[in-house]
Design a protein around this ligand. Structure first.
Ligand code: NAP
Length: 249
């Protein structure tokens, strides 16, 4: 059964990793996918081709999620290209710039807050009018277990991800009466190309510490997004779902 037939979805940061995994699962479920990237043009165009081959509409856009103006321009273009409707927004774009607080520069703090948190404000503002007119919409924010628990060496990242949770709950309260839902996902340790580069012994140590004894896959996160994006979750808003193999339990 296809859960997102003919739904129009915007995913930020889908040129690799979790965003790419979400785009693929959503296209398999019949969604038309507009997605952004920051600099990975070739992989983004390749993904656009792969998604289109699944029989849905797909388009890659270069857009800096940290820029208020670029987010506004992006949504105008997506509305032109996707018949004036947006059903789902997934705020997934994110970066890390880890360091102990003692060594963290102001620039690294600001960059992480701007790309991870301010982007969520930018994009939510940009789609809000359309969702209000439709009297329906689902917004999904990609937080992290680090935003729930905190993590030494990641004060900037943890603050951005915890901020997303407060934003998510507030939007759920503000827009619930208009049938616009807003939820967050808190992934644990998800194995992507990025983690493939890490020392196998270190990664195995992380896996051993997780109750389900494995790292998550991008598909694990995409399936949680599928639930929040589809009508299966039509009575669920303002929630944070940990998708972490039991890591925080
Ligand atoms: P990733 O592989 O590094 O991919 C990040 C994506 O975001 C890329 O598509 C990148 O585009 C895009 N991006 C970066 N800066 C951007 C900007 N300024 N504007 C627009 N797009 C931008 O990351 P990931 O591991 O898939 O993580 C995706 C999300 O999940 C992030 O928010 C991350 O914090 C969260 N998360 C990940 C994990 C994990 O274990 N992987 C755990 C918890 C939470 P380019 O390719 O063009 O740079």
């Amino acid at each position: 059964m296809k859960l997102l037939e003919d739904k129009n979805v915007i995913i930020t940061g889908a040129s690799r990793g979790i965003g790419m995994g979400i785009a693929q699962v959503f296209a398999d479920h019949g969604a038309n996918v507009a997605f952004t990237y920051s600099s990975s043009k070739a992989p983004a165009l390749e993904l656009e081709k792969q998604l289109t081959a699944k029989g849905v509409k797909a388009k890659a856009y270069k857009s800096n999620a940290a820029s208020f103006q670029e987010a506004e321009e992006l949504v105008v273009k997506v509305l032109e290209d996707f018949d004036g409707r947006i059903d789902v927004l997934i705020n997934n774009a994110g970066i890390t710039k880890d360091n102990l607080l003692m060594r963290m520069s102001e620039a690294d703090f600001d960059a992480v807050i701007d790309i991870n948190l301010k982007s969520v404000f930018n994009m939510t503002k940009a789609v809000q009018r359309t969702l209000l007119k439709q009297r329906k919409g689902s917004i999904i924010n990609m937080s992290s277990v680090v935003g729930v628990k905190g993590n030494a060496g990641q004060t900037n990242y943890a603050a951005s991800k915890a901020g997303m949770i407060g934003f998510t709950k507030s939007v759920a309260l503000e827009l619930g009466s208009r049938n616009i839902r807003c939820n967050a996902i808190a992934p644990g340790f998800i194995e992507t190309e990025m983690t493939d580069k890490l020392d196998e012994k270190t990664v195995q140590g992380w896996r051993d510490g997780i109750p389900l004894k494995r790292g998550g896959t991008t598909e694990d996160i995409a399936n949680a997004c599928l639930y929040f994006a589809s009508d299966l979750s039509s009575y669920v808003t303002g929630q944070v779902l940990n998708v972490d193999g039991g890591m925080l339990t």
